[in-house]
Design a protein around this ligand. Structure first.
Ligand code: SF4
Ligand code: SF4
Length: 126
């Protein structure tokens, strides 16, 4: 027996809806994956640049495990770029001081941060 028009229309509509939903979901998933990959790669590159090769890119180098998180250096920086990293704990259990990679170019190598640090946790390059 042949299908009536309404049955055929219903099947066609279901197919169109299914294809559209699949397309939208697939685009959304692709976008999320793309953003996540970009974020992960960007974080990894920043970490490599700031942690693995600090001597090459940093004017100011923090010896994190020496830092006791007293924040004196954050008050001394005329550029306001020294912060404590509240997302990190060093081996002593303190939030270590740092300059974020994106702020490093603002450093003028004045060494005020290094001079004020009671634990000699900071090195500054000219
Ligand atoms: S060297 Fe000077 S400008 Fe650079 S982080 Fe230290 S206090 Fe700030
Ligand atoms: S002054 Fe020294 S010990 Fe204190 S937070 Fe800064 S780097 Fe750490």
């Amino acid at each position: 027996m042949e299908k009536v028009d309404s049955e055929v229309n219903s099947e066609v509509n279901s197919e169109v809806i299914s294809e559209t939903v699949t397309e939208v979901v697939s685009e959304a998933v692709a976008e999320v994956i793309s953003e996540t990959v970009t974020e992960v790669v960007s974080e990894a590159v920043t970490k490599v640049v700031s942690d693995v090769v600090p001597d090459v890119v940093s004017k100011v180098i923090f010896h994190e495990d020496v830092c006791k998180g007293c924040r004196l250096c954050t008050t001394a920086c005329p550029k306001g770029i020294v912060v404590v990293d509240t997302d990190k704990l060093n081996s002593k259990g303190f939030h270590p001081a740092t300059v974020k990679a994106e702020d490093m170019e603002k450093c003028i190598s004045c060494a005020f941060c290094a001079t004020i640090c009671p634990d000699v946790a900071i090195e500054v390059r000219k």
